[in-house]
Design a protein around this ligand. Structure first.
Ligand code: SIN
Ligand code: FE2
Length: 212
């Protein structure tokens, strides 16, 4: 077997409009996590409640002009953190640069995210299959960045009943889906326990969107 066959192709098309960019930000993981501290100090991770009354297993916070929130009255974007009443912290510069670079690499130039949802998974935490559809228009892609412990990402189709493929995402991987793939059903399997040198027993996911 030739050496390069031992490694997965760094750019893996998932569907028309969707691509997995393996290791796209592998060299920036440490600095991204450092910048994340400027978000979680004023806006700590919290477990939101679904409209149905369940506590989400994934802990969340946000940065940027808009943040995704869930409570008894539903899912929506809000300019302020309901815990502090203050605007969400600014999106760190390294976050914005990475989101734009990944979107461009996936064929979506001029991506201008106004929302970054930060998800923190502990062992056992999961995100059921869903579509990202609380945003005002679906022309902009979703840019999803994986940091820390590996996860199994579920990527289905445009209908809930479509077959679902599984992809292992590791720290530094970025997935982008937009255009015809913008409303693809996706999710994350329960996180396996492990130890990452930078995040410990957590996986962190940054999801960039144009929400407003
Ligand atoms: C999400 O769908 O908001 C997060 C996906 C992920 O954690 O990879
Ligand atoms: Fe999502």
């Amino acid at each position: 077997m030739m050496q390069h066959e031992l490694f997965a192709e760094p750019r893996e098309p998932l569907a028309e409009g969707a691509v997995l960019l393996r290791g796209f930000c592998a060299r920036e993981v440490e600095s991204l996590l450092r910048e994340l501290d400027s978000v979680t100090a004023p806006a700590p991770f919290r477990h939101m409640i679904t409209p149905g009354g369940y506590r989400m297993s994934v802990a969340m916070t946000n940065c940027g002009p808009l943040g995704w929130v869930s409570d008894a009255s539903g899912y929506r974007y809000s300019g302020t953190d309901p815990v502090s009443g203050a605007p969400w912290p600014a999106m760190p510069e390294g976050f914005v640069r990475l989101a734009q670079a990944a979107a461009a690499a996936a064929g979506f130039p001029a991506f201008a995210p106004d929302a970054c949802l930060v998800n923190r998974y502990e062992p056992g935490a999961k995100l059921s299959l869903h579509q990202d559809k609380d945003e005002k228009d679906f022309r902009a892609p979703i840019v999803s960045v994986s940091l820390g412990l590996p996860a199994t990402f579920l990527f289905g189709g445009q209908r809930r009943k479509d077959p679902v493929r599984r992809f292992r995402l590791v720290t530094g991987d970025v997935v982008v889906w937009g255009g015809p793939a913008r409303l693809t059903y996706h999710g994350v399997s329960p996180l396996a326990d492990g130890e990452d040198t930078l995040t410990g027993r957590y996986r962190i996911n940054l999801t960039f969107r144009k929400a407003g």
